[in-house]
Ligand binder design. Structure first.
Ligand code: PEP
Ligand code: MG
Length: 765
């Protein structure tokens, strides 16, 4: 902090700069560093919050700039600090998660009025040093025994602030943060911030005097990291399937790599300080990898750093941030990404709250499919959520309550129970057919993307898997997965579901599912860029490998092959050629596959819907992806919460394109399903069925409530409703048509779905 006060004093041309830090009671501040005040005052001058100008800045959490400080009513004189010579004072609070953890103040001998730009600059300095201050307080703990240190640091990592707080200073109870409801369900649990506030790089390590001890400590930290990784990989692999385990293999490989181990040994022999030696090795690796141009290989450098940080965490006695969640944790993050599901202990997550992102981002889709309540676009959650403190998340309303009191907890615990009972009732009715009152059968299938999803498909009574997304395997691998690994997964899935169908979609990477594959570069506009089938067609080797894996799986069950994001006929033709060539290849090798495997396409860009007649003649089925179709029709980024209010699959423009696709499919006599999130929306279901859609594929948990909706409806009425909907000008008007139908058909009184439907309809206003 000595450096900081020197720098700030110089930058602001002040005669003194001082840092005061909040004491453990959070009621007082003590002078901790100064350039300009009497050095003897450091550690001695202490002010209460609200006392003196520094105390006022801390209490109000606002900066102040005062030309004639002594004339200010709050001025307090500290003779021991030697500040008599100063006339003006400017102070800015150092705030971390809405709590003043200190104050930085500058003083000048000559009276000076501070400009707003200077106040802003001091505030920026305060913001920048907030994490350093926190770490400085952490460092004060690096005393006593290693065990104590480990325990305290671990607590800190989960408490958010280094000091315990008096009850009187606790923030308000039941603080509400609102976001976008993205996955239903209620959770009550401790907050876990995905972006760990502990910065390992900043922690100080006290080496022992014994070089041999440093060596053995470092090697033990390395061994412990390997053991940890093996354990986590096995557990994750068992619970979620091999695709999830794969991500840990990379890290294990690095820590077992003889070159890496040798570098570590050599470094600690030259520098008998375990931490410095490890940092040296990591820095050398980083330098080498940073000089590589190809982003794919450059990213491999991140793996090494990540694995190294794990070793560092062991050495410092803190837990590495990932995969160690407490049961029912409320994960708070900047945005939820698909690869989080490949690295976190998914079954321990109670709920997720993301500061950014929309309800149909891929991260949100995976959360829904895993039945994890989710609220996205929760502005302010990152600054307000305090790790370790409890929160309530209501994924249906998008409400999050921080520091809930007993009353609110009780209320939500009851809501949680009610929800569980409804789900159980609905699941118990799973064997009833999904038929409208007049006997029209609607095929209800589930969307899946993990081995782990399949029991959910069973539990919720889906008739198969209408969309199996294959991206998670690639995300876990951070690149194209191996052919044999894909084959194993697809075969297992096909076998598990047989004779029920599974539609396996080829890789739909890019957009918000970016992975470092060779040739991949950051794009200005990834949703319109090198994405999905475009990427597959220009990586023919990888694409052929995936096609062979899917074809082989077709010998083990009822498999259909689906091509994503087709925009043009030539794309479809080229992809089909590659399918045919892959068949010939397998035939030559004498390998079994279903020669008649249906090959379909996603209708998810407007151009595909507009040329649906032409496309229908050259493929075997359509699957309408309303998530992207909505995004591209309305020009609304599906992952951007700022435009989320504009994102609506029931916009009549989107309905017109669905209608066009349904008619084209009917004329060509090919099946059509809707597999976007819209298929699980109870207001969309009557309209889709009315348009003639006969298959809906939704998140597994959406299948039972949707079945109840279908069973209450009469198909003749729905056709009229759909025609009326197509003539409307807004999504709201379309929803009112659907809401009227649900009300008319008695669904709002339904014992299990009525409450949910009423809340949706109430929200329409
Ligand atoms: C869609 O776009 O609707 C779809 C099902 O595909 P994804 O959500 O994976 O982009
Ligand atoms: Mg899509």
């Amino acid at each position: 902090m000595g450096n900081v006060v020197d720098l700030v004093a110089q930058r602001l041309q002040a005669d003194a700069c001082s840092i005061y830090l909040t004491d453990a009671d959070l009621q007082h501040l003590t002078l901790r560093a100064s350039n300009g005040l009497d050095p003897g005052a450091v550690g001695q001058v202490r002010v209460a919050f609200g006392e003196g100008l520094v105390g006022v800045a801390a209490q109000s959490a606002e900066p102040i700039g005062i030309e004639h400080a002594r004339e200010h009513p709050a001025f307090r004189h500290f003779p021991e600090s030697g500040e008599d010579r100063f006339a003006s004072l400017m102070a800015a609070p150092i705030v971390l998660r809405n709590i003043s953890i200190g104050v930085i103040a500058v003083q000048t001998e000559k009276p000076r009025s501070f400009q707003p730009s200077e106040v802003a600059l001091l505030q920026t300095c305060a913001r920048l040093i907030a994490p350093v201050v926190m770490n400085a307080q952490l460092l004060a703990l690096v005393t006593s025994t290693a065990d104590e240190r480990a325990q305290v640091l671990d607590e800190l990592a989960h408490s958010g602030l280094p000091m315990s707080m008096g009850e009187a200073d606790r923030p308000a109870r039941n603080v509400e943060v609102r976001g976008i409801p993205a996955a239903r369900g209620v959770a009550i649990g401790p907050i876990y911030r995905l972006e760990d506030p502990l910065d390992l790089e900043q922690l100080v390590y006290r080496p022992s005097d014994d070089p041999e001890r440093e060596r053995s400590d470092l090697l033990e930290a390395l061994a412990e990291a390997r053991r940890d990784l093996h354990e986590v990989r096995d557990q994750v692999g068992e619970r979620f399937g091999p695709e999830f385990a794969a991500v840990f293999n990379t890290h294990i490989q690095i820590l077992e790599d003889s070159g890496f181990v040798q570098s570590v040994e050599q470094a600690v022999a030259e520098t008998p300080n375990a931490l410095s030696a490890l940092r040296k090795v990591l820095a050398a690796y980083r330098k080498t990898f940073e000089s590589i141009e190809d982003p794919y290989f450059r990213e491999r450098g991140d793996d090494i750093q990540d694995a190294g940080l794990r070793v560092m965490a062991n050495l410092l006695g803190v837990r590495h941030h990932n995969v160690r969640l407490s049961e029912g944790a409320i994960v708070v993050t900047d945005s939820i990404l698909p690869n989080h599901f490949a690295t976190l202990e998914v079954d321990k997550i109670g709920a997720i709250v993301a500061e950014h992102g929309g309800a149909t981002s891929h991260g949100a889709i995976f959360a829904r499919s895993l039945e994890i309540p989710l609220v996205t676009g929760a502005a302010g959650i990152l600054t307000q959520a305090r790790p370790g403190e409890d929160a309530i998340v209501d994924g249906a309303s998008g409400r999050v309550y921080l520091a809930p009191d007993e009353g609110l907890r009780g209320e939500y615990a009851r809501a949680q129970q009610r929800h569980a009972i409804e789900v159980e009732h609905l699941d118990a009715l799973g064997s009833r057919p999904a038929e409208t009152r007049d006997g029209r059968h609607i095929v209800l299938t589930a969307n899946a993307g993990l081995w782990h999803d399949l029991p959910l498909v069973d539990r919720h009574g889906a008739e198969g898997v209408g969309l199996f997304r294959t991206e998670l395997l690639a995300l876990a691998h951070r690149g194209f997965p191996e052919e044999n690994e894909q084959e194993r997964l697809y075969e297992q899935v096909a076998e598990y579901l047989a004779p029920r169908p599974v539609t396996i979609r080829t890789l739909d990477l890019g957009g918000d599912k970016s992975v470092p594959i060779p040739g991949f570069a950051r794009e200005e506009n990834p949703q319109l860029g090198w994405r999905s089938i475009r990427m597959s067609l220009s990586n023919e080797r990888a694409f052929r490998a995936q096609l062979r894996a899917i074809l082989r799986a077709s010998a083990h069950g009822n498999v259909r092959l689906l091509l994503p994001m087709i925009c043009t006929l030539p794309e479809l033709r080229r992809a089909r050629e590659l399918v045919e060539e892959s068949k010939v290849e397998l035939e030559k090798r004498g390998e079994a596959f279903d020669a008649k495997i249906p090959v379909g396409i996603m209708i998810e860009v407007p151009s595909a819907a507009l040329i649906a007649d032409a496309l229908a003649h050259e493929c075997d089925f359509f699957s309408v992806g309303t998530n992207d179709l909505t995004q591209y029709t309305l020009a609304v980024d599906r992952g951007n919460e700022r435009v989320d209010h504009l994102y609506d699959s029931l916009h009549p423009g989107v309905l017109a394109l669905i209608d066009r696709s349904v008619r084209a499919a009917r004329r060509a006599d090919i099946p059509l399903s809707v597999c976007g999130e819209m298929a699980g929306d109870p207001l969309a279901v009557p309209i889709l069925v009315g348009l003639g859609v006969t298959e809906l594929s939704a998140a597994p948990s959406a299948v039972p409530p949707i079945k109840e909706v279908v069973r209450a409806l009469e198909s003749g009425d729905l056709e009229d409703d759909a025609r009326r909907a197509l003539e409307k000008g807004t999504a709201l008007e379309v929803k009112r048509v659907a809401a009227e139908r649900l009300r008319h058909d008695g669904l709002l009184q339904h014992p299990d779905v009525g409450r949910w439907l009423r809340s949706i309809i109430d929200d329409l206003g």
